[in-house]
Design a protein around this ligand. Sequence first.
Ligand code: SAH
Length: 281
Amino acid sequence: MKEEQSRKRRRGKHKKPQKTQPSLLPKHSTKLHKKTHQQKNPAHQSSSSSSSLKSSSFLDKMKARLAGGHFRMINEKLYTCTGKEALDYFKEDPELFDMYHAGYQEQMSHWPELPVNIIIKWLKERSSSLIVADFGCGDARLAKNVKNKVFSIDLVSNDPSVISCDMSNTPLRPSLVDVAVFCLSLMGTNYASYLKEACRVLKPSGWLLIAEVKSRFDPNNGGADPNMFSKAVCEMGFTSALKDFSNKMFVLLYFKKKENKSSNGREIEWPELKPCIYKRR
Ligand code: SAH
């Protein structure tokens, strides 16, 4: 009884995805199995290969479902913890980061337009001498597609060009960059501290470009009031330059840092940004 209870407790505590299922299967197991079976039963070749094809597509479906489940679980974790906790989470098991990004790419493949491409276009229309910081860069697509000097920042670095840290506390010096980008990356519950860090590293008159999932700024569905968010950013020392709600999937909020910061000393009231939970497909 006691053992059963403690087993249940252990099971309940286990929050990490079971990595065994997809990765422990030998990569070509279904193919190998098919060959042996065909050699033994040449007469059944066509029916056996079709059933094997069926089982391999079933297996692929199951793998995809598991991968999707892992992605959604990690995604939810990132939206409901602080940046520091997210950093510790990935430090403990960096493979989770790859799992997250495989799922993220899958989700993005269904979006008609990617916000990162809009930001790339925005940069290409301006001088390549602008220095950029990409907060929460993911696979560093931004840096790979522009001529500008880009400081790519994320929790895990799979590429030597990516600075791995919690973006509320980067190694960048003050007033270093002309453009700070947050493309779908305001994930942590302490997101305001990421924006404060961006404000610190931005030069006066520098740009703050934010692209976020639209539902997070839909007050009719539990999302934040975009005006309240915008007001909070402005109180930090910015002026609003663009509010674009025309895309179905994301909003674009661009700001310009003021030449001189005139703080009124009042504490800024940041709206809560609800997690972006992706649906099962
Ligand atoms: N900007 C990229 C990736 C968006 S996914 C794109 O548009 O394609 C969001 C990214 O933000 C993830 O890679 C996640 O690891 C990163 N991120 C979330 N919180 C972070 C934090 N506190 N510090 C650094 N990176 C963070």
